[in-house]
Design a protein around this ligand. Structure first.
Ligand SMILES: [Zn+2]
Length: 198
C-alpha cells in the first residue's frame, strides 16, 4: 500500500515537472519569437534568433540575432552569437546548466558549437526544411550531430513551429531574402529540397 502510494506521488511529481518544463519552453520560445520579430521592422530583418536560458530556473541570460550581413561574417548565426556572448558574459567556457532556444533548428556549425559549449539542451522552433524554402541549408538534422558526438545535449523540437516559421514569411522578410547571398533561387533544383542560413 505504502509502495503503491509512493509510486503515484512519484509519477505525479514527474508529470508536474514535465508540464512545468513544457510551459517554460513555450514561454521562452514565444518571447524569442517576439524578440526576433522586432528585427522585421528594421533595415536588416532576420528570422533567426536565439536565447540562452538557465535550465533549472528558466531565467533568460541573453538573446541574440543572426548578424551575418551586419558583421560581414558567414559564421555569425544567432546560435553561435548567443553562445559567444554568454561565455564571455559568464567568463566561462562551459554553458552546462543552460539551454539554448532558437527560432530555427541549428545548422551543423551551430549545433557543434552548442556541443562544444556543453549546453544541457537545445530547443528549436522551425525546422531546417522550413528555412530551406527561403535560403540555402546544410541538410543534417541537429539531433544527428548530437548523436554522433560523445557529449550529452538534448535536442528538442519543433516547438511553436508555425509561429517561428511566420518570421520567415513576413513580407519584409521575404523582400529581404531576395538580397541574401544564400537566397534560394527559384529554379528546378531549389524546389527539389527546402534549405537555411541561420
Ligand atoms: Zn547555424
Amino acid at each position: 500500500m505504502l509502495i503503491s502510494s509512493m509510486a503515484i506521488i512519484s509519477t505525479t511529481t514527474r508529470g508536474r515537472k514535465v508540464t512545468r518544463r513544457a510551459a517554460v519552453d513555450e514561454a521562452r520560445m514565444a518571447e524569442l519569437v517576439a524578440f526576433t520579430a522586432r528585427s522585421l521592422k528594421t533595415e536588416r530583418p532576420v528570422p533567426f534568433g536565439s536565447s540562452i536560458v538557465a535550465t533549472q530556473s528558466g531565467e533568460v541570460l541573453l538573446s541574440a540575432l543572426n548578424a551575418v550581413a551586419r558583421e560581414f561574417d558567414p559564421s555569425s548565426h544567432a546560435e553561435v552569437r548567443a553562445i559567444r556572448l554568454a561565455t564571455k558574459k559568464l567568463k566561462t567556457l562551459s554553458l552546462a546548466g543552460y539551454t539554448l532556444y532558437t527560432t530555427c533548428e541549428p545548422c551543423p556549425m551551430c549545433m557543434s558549437t552548442a556541443l562544444w559549449a556543453g549546453l544541457d539542451r537545445v530547443v528549436y522552433g522551425a525546422m531546417i526544411e522550413d528555412a530551406s524554402r527561403h535560403c540555402r541549408q546544410i541538410y543534417v538534422p541537429a539531433h544527428e550531430i548530437a548523436e554522433r558526438s560523445d557529449m550529452k545535449c538534448k535536442v528538442e523540437g519543433p516547438l511553436l513551429r508555425d509561429e517561428c516559421y511566420a518570421l520567415f514569411t513576413h513580407p519584409n522578410m521575404l523582400k529581404a531574402f531576395s538580397t541574401w547571398s544564400t537566397r534560394k533561387h527559384k529554379d528546378k533544383n531549389s524546389s527539389a529540397r527546402r534549405g537555411k542560413s541561420s
